[in-house]
Design a protein around this ligand. Sequence first.
Ligand code: MG
Length: 175
Amino acid sequence: MLSGHVLKLMNEQIAKEFYSGWLYLQMAAYFESRNLKGFAHWLRIQSQEEACHGMIFYNHICERGAEIKLGAGAAPPSSYKSALDVFEKGLKHEYTVTASVNNIMDAAVKAKDFASQSMLKWFVDEQVEEEANFDEIRSKLELLGDKNGEGLLMFDKELSARVFALPAPLATAAP
Ligand code: MG
């Protein structure tokens, strides 16, 4: 049975993952307004992924026979200075998510909750990838500069190729 501090943190993590989804959807709108559809597309897919992350925690709590408690959501910031600003803030946000996942893992280790540790291992690995993805885009934007129209358009085209893939824990789980 999932209980105590680990359960509390996992319920809070559902809200954090859905907040990430809101944040990236708001960031996508920044690019929509600049007609950079590839960047917007990449962030829309990222937003979808975040909702899936929230559902992985949701499913885990249900499967362990514990109670779901959804909290209130906050509004994400809606104004950004540049493409670089968006991805700098996205990377910073992912650092906070990593810290949060690590904190839950720490609680699961202390509680000797091995099932949660196994489930959280996927998130620990996922966060390495999330940070790397945001950092790669951030560093390329830093190289380009926000005034390099041709470079931004080429990068926009590259990002438009992203394809949504259902995260593995949802692909294999029962609905
Ligand atoms: Mg996430």
